[in-house]
Write a protein that binds this ligand. Structure first.
Ligand SMILES: Nc1nc2c(c(=O)[nH]1)N(C=O)[C@@H](CNc1ccc(C(=O)N[C@@H](CCC(=O)O)C(=O)O)cc1)CN2
Length: 447
């Protein structure tokens, strides 16, 4: 089970901090501990010790923790050296460890080992990365649930259901004379229906949760001087874009992360979409167009004091793109905030300057973000990868269901086998090296 190579990395973030941790995993851990600490510490006990260099001189004085295989995060022997949190000292400790036979770990390699040693499944490994990178408290909470194995257990239960049915169908293939009521086509069909239902339920939860991981990309677009940057600032709550009354101020695409009810929202402020001779501004307009094409939703900002014709310019270019019209600068007209349905789509009246109507806009954005459900119920922080595999499982089960009606058990067995394998990709029971490399290489160093 334990890997032959010993790997090491600084597990704490780069930079200066109170404490920094060098983590070492693999069979050379015992020998490395004896060299650096003079002994192998008692397993799982924080032990104060001098970390010694090659010539015996002290590198640092810190805490060492030894985790004996298989009772560690990765399942290997692990030694953690908790030193002082400075880049020079941590680098020196790491160098010493490498001198003693460890090699620098690749990003995600500790988690990959935990997976390969059966300590965690693929969903849990991904949850570790998602937890570290969570952009809102809600996303983090959902990642912890994934890490605890809540989602994996749902998958596991479904997988066992498929496996059981496979056994039944396949046994019937080998020993048709043993067939019972449970193996008649109608009974099998009923069993598949129940598996299909469970799959659909998990897919719904997976869909609900995806928004908390991926977030929503919201592009703020409109004509120059419509107040896009002021709106962006009002939503983001601080001054991030330069706001002036000179048309064409925002030449690049500005980004800001905000959270709407725990959903990470990437706000992208774009240059005004207008014809310009200035090459820099032209580039801004080009980027704005591209951002609009890639958005989940566009807030089309119009100046409430402009003529309707002026405000409608370019709206035709947003055909087929989900959008909300935001009529800004209501303060100049002394109007109150509103939301109304118009032939051109939903329109919300605000004043980014006074804050008038902003609560209405925020409420609207929240409903956009949670349009796919977003409820807490059965909601999992899933990835596209999980959904794809679940959908392929559903397709195969559906096919098995059709076969149960019209064909013999051989074809039903075949489709059930496919469903079982597709589902196994979620937790990594069946996974290609390629997929694993792709997943783990996106992790950060030391993880
Ligand atoms: N110091 C430290 N903190 C850390 C980690 C770590 O590796 N080191 N983690 C790393 O990411 C996370 C915690 N994950 C961990 C998961 C399992 C085990 C572990 O020792 N498991 C053993 C024993 C379990 C037990 O006795 O209850 C096992 O599974 O056999 C340790 C940390 C976050 N905090």
């Amino acid at each position: 089970m334990a890997a032959a190579e010993t790997i090491a990395a600084v597990a704490t973030p780069a930079g200066v901090g109170g404490i920094g941790v060098v983590r070492i995993a693999g069979p050379a851990v015992g020998a490395i501990a004896r060299e650096i600490l003079g002994r192998v510490p008692e397993p799982r006990r924080a032990t104060a010790a001098e970390f010694r260099d090659m010539d015996g001189s002290p590198l640092d004085y810190g805490i060492a923790i030894f985790f004996q295989a298989p009772h560690s995060f990765t399942g290997d022997d692990i030694l953690e050296l908790h030193g002082h949190g400075g880049p020079v000292i941590l680098d020196a400790i790491l160098r010493r460890v490498v001198q003693l036979g460890a090699r620098i770990a690749r990003p995600g390699e500790f988690s990959q080992r935990a997976f390969l040693n059966g300590k965690i499944d693929l969903v849990q490994a991904e949850a570790i990365a998602d937890l570290i990178e969570a952009r809102t408290a809600k996303s983090a909470r959902l990642a912890v649930q994934m890490l605890r194995g809540d989602f994996s257990r749902r998958i596991e239960t479904l997988s066992e259901g498929i496996a059981e049915l496979r056994t039944l169908v396949e046994a019937n293939l080998d020993f048709p004379e043993d067939s019972t009521d449970r193996t008649d086509p109608a009974a099998i069909g009923g069993e598949i229906d129940s598996l299909l239902e469970k799959t659909t339920e998990i897919i719904a939860g997976a869909n609900n949760g995806r928004i908390y991981r991926e977030g929503l990309t919201l592009v703020v677009a409109g004509l120059p001087n419509a107040g896009k940057s002021s709106l962006m600032n009002a939503l983001a709550g601080d001054e991030i874009a330069i706001v002036t009354h000179v048309p064409g101020t925002t030449r690049d695409v500005l980004r800001e992360e905000i959270a709407i009810d725990g959903i990470p929202v990437r706000l992208i402020d774009t240059a005004g979409l207008r014809h310009s001779e200035d090459p820099v501004e032209q580039e801004g307009v080009r980027r704005a167009r591209r951002a609009v094409q890639q958005a989940d939703h566009v807030l089309w900002v119009v100046d409430a004091t402009a003529t309707e014709q002026e405000a409608d310019t370019y709206l035709g270019g947003l055909q087929g793109i989900q959008r909300t019209i935001v009529r800004n600068k209501l303060d100049l007209l002394r109007e109150s905030g509103y939301e109304r349905d118009t032939p051109r789509g939903i329109e919300i009246g605000i004043s980014a300057v006074t804050g008038e109507g902003l609560p209405i806009l925020r409420e609207h954005l929240k409903s956009l973000a949670t349009a796919g459900g977003g409820g807490e119920e059965g909601c999992f922080l899933t990835r596209r990868r999980h959904l794809d595999a679940l959908e392929r499982t559903h397709t195969a089960l559906h096919q098995a269901r059709a076969m149960a009606e019209v064909a013999g058990p051989e074809l039903v067995a075949e489709d059930l086998r496919t469903a079982h394998r597709e589902l196994g990709e979620v937790t990594g029971v069946f996974s290609s090296e390629d997929l694993l490399d792709r997943i783990f290489s996106s992790f950060c160093i030391g993880k």
